[in-house]
Design a protein. Structure first.
Length: 84
């Protein structure tokens, strides 16, 4: 809890001290906590260069693992040792 700047300061200090490369967030008061974080803290982290801005060109996790253009479960092939 605190100002966007103080929350960003704390996240930066923890990341620098521990070497983590990301955080998992959980809501503290209500689901609106996520909205507050995105509205206030994310822009502060982006301004500091600690969080990249979405530019619409990033790959999804599925695309990163399976290749660009992959979508949905229909592209998943059967495992060679599968019984079916």
């Amino acid at each position: 809890m605190g100002s966007p700047q103080s929350v960003a300061d704390q996240l930066e200090a923890f990341a620098d001290a521990s070497g983590v490369d990301g955080f998992n967030l959980a809501y503290a008061i209500s689901p609106g906590s996520f909205e507050d974080f995105v509205r206030w803290v994310v822009p502060e982290l982006q301004a500091r260069g600690r969080m990249r801005q979405a530019d619409g060109t990033s790959l999804t996790l599925r695309e990163a693992c399976r290749g660009a253009g992959s979508s949905g479960c229909a592209t998943i092939t059967r495992h060679p040792l599968s019984s079916t």
